[in-house]
Design a protein around this ligand. Structure first.
Ligand code: MTE
Ligand code: MO
Length: 261
């Protein structure tokens, strides 16, 4: 019974309004968008199986639980010329690339992501430094996008490449600079229903300090896994060749790769 009510709750929060637009001409122009829409049913079935099998959901809270103050941490503004230009333009040219071990690499704009089925969840963020805050996040389930991209059966990880460099180096592009923030999670966590490509926080477009225009939410792990300023999601079977090889900026500096809470 418990599993059934959780399933109902899950399905209730995946909005299906986007599906009604599937006849729209502009949408039919985009093969990738079509692929994502076609996958919604399979995705929902997959989530049902996960939840019936007891796959744990992170606790979700009520709107009245949302923290008045939600500290921003780590990079508060990537600050590169390129990023500042994106801010000025309202991120209209920002693309989220999905590549690596996928059959259909994609580059999605914010406008496209906003048309996809969305999930909203109120969760508690726990930073390894010892502070927590409750916030509401809205975005596209990462698994929905990965499913449409066609992940190779040999793949094991999703790697998030971010726009910020913590060592003040110019952005040489993704994994080429040692200070570039990146993160990775196992595909089982990437397909978890609460793992989102988030574009809104507390009902508003993500602010620059919280990761504009896109961040990942990984609700069952510590805050550093929830990569901000995400530009590229690389699907891979090995973390060895990426930056320091331990799966994340902080992992390369000694933190745990699996940061369960
Ligand atoms: N790109 C990027 N993502 C990041 C960080 C960062 O410095 N750069 N810091 C991480 C850490 S340690 C935490 S606690 C959270 C903070 O998210 P917030 O700024 O929205 O509170 O983002 C995580 N993701
Ligand atoms: Mo953190």
């Amino acid at each position: 019974m418990k599993a059934l009510s959780r399933r109902a709750a899950l399905m209730g929060t995946i909005s299906s309004t986007g599906l009604l637009l599937s006849g729209c001409d502009r949408l039919t122009q985009s093969q990738n968008m079509q692929r994502i829409f076609r996958g919604v049913e399979a995705w929902t079935r997959m989530n049902q199986r996960l939840l019936l099998a007891g796959g744990p959901l992170a606790r979700e809270f009520k709107p009245s639980d949302i923290s008045k103050e939600f500290k921003a941490n780590g990079t508060l503004n990537p600050g590169s010329d390129d990023y500042l230009r994106h801010v000025e333009e309202g991120f209209v040219r920002w693309r989220l690339t999905i590549d690596g071990m996928v059959a259909n690499p994609m580059a999605l704009s914010l406008a496209e992501l906003r048309k996809l089925p969305a999930r909203t969840q109120i969760t508690r963020h726990d930073c390894v430094e010892g502070w927590s805050a409750i916030g509401q996040w809205t975005g596209v389930p990462l698994g929905l996008v990965l499913q449409a991209a066609g992940v190779s059966p040999r793949a094991k990880y999703a790697v998030f490449h971010c726009a910020d460099n913590l060592e003040g180096e110019p952005d040489k592009g993704g994994s080429q600079s040692p200070g570039q923030y990146y993160e990775s999670i196992a595909l089982i966590d990437a397909f978890h229903p609460q793992t989102l490509i988030a574009y809104a926080m507390n009902g508003k477009a993500l602010s620059v300090p919280h990761g504009a225009p896109l961040r990942i939410r990984v609700e069952r792990q510590l805050g550093y896994k929830s990569a901000k300023y995400v530009q590229r999601i690389e699907v891979t079977d090995s973390l060895a060749g990426i930056s320091g090889g331990r799966g994340g900026y902080w992992e390369d500096r000694g933190y745990e790769w699996y940061a369960g809470i």
